[in-house]
Ligand binder design. Sequence first.
Ligand SMILES: CC(C)(COP(=O)(O)OP(=O)(O)OC[C@H]1O[C@@H](n2cnc3c(N)ncnc32)[C@H](O)[C@@H]1OP(=O)(O)O)[C@@H](O)C(=O)NCCC(=O)NCCS
Length: 187
Amino acid sequence: MTGFAWPLPSSDVVGDLPDGGTLRLRAPVDADLDGLVVSSRDAGSIEFTHLPENYSREDAALFLRSMLYNPEALLWIVDDPDNAWHFGGTLEVRLVNRSGAVVELGYTTAPHLRGRGLMTAVVALITEFLFDYGVHRVQIKANPENTASCRVALSAGFHREGTLRDAEYLRGQWNDLDIFSRLDGDA
Ligand SMILES: CC(C)(COP(=O)(O)OP(=O)(O)OC[C@H]1O[C@@H](n2cnc3c(N)ncnc32)[C@H](O)[C@@H]1OP(=O)(O)O)[C@@H](O)C(=O)NCCC(=O)NCCS
């Protein structure tokens, strides 16, 4: 028995940022639509993800609505630490294996907030939250060429377990994915 129950609470998750600011993961609001469109049209967001080109406001609205009703995934919006109630990124927690209490993370930082430790702090915070709610294993998969994403995993205390060969088909080609994990018993 793991004490794990899905879905997890989707309440706000609040923590600290390395610069002393407040980190808040919250539910989406209508005002996030514009920020989500800007972020999803960014070339750096598209390169390693399945986002369509010319991402529209309708795509953003559909995504937020579909996540609301997705039985196997939860979405938090990362609040912009410099501008409360503005879009700072996304954090998805996807159910991988209910009986084993295994979940996987997916994430994006809004382009204007990248490179200052935000997603590392988000991943560290949500992982502790997940362990508090009975999750046993948290995993992340990232293209080995996506240095920033792999660095997020390692800097948030995840262990690199290896490379899954041709684990993803993206825009006409197979890609390897590195897999990282943290277990609730890890030091
Ligand atoms: C991956 C992503 C979420 C990282 O978010 P972030 O908030 O900028 O990450 P952080 O600031 O916490 O940086 C984490 C590490 O990556 C490094 N890093 C950040 N951007 C980088 C870049 N473009 N190239 C190389 N390293 C980079 C940082 O120096 C830091 O390294 P350190 O821990 O050794 O100091 C962000 O780049 C992004 O949204 N990318 C597009 C979407 C995406 O690829 N999502 C992941 C799919 S698996």
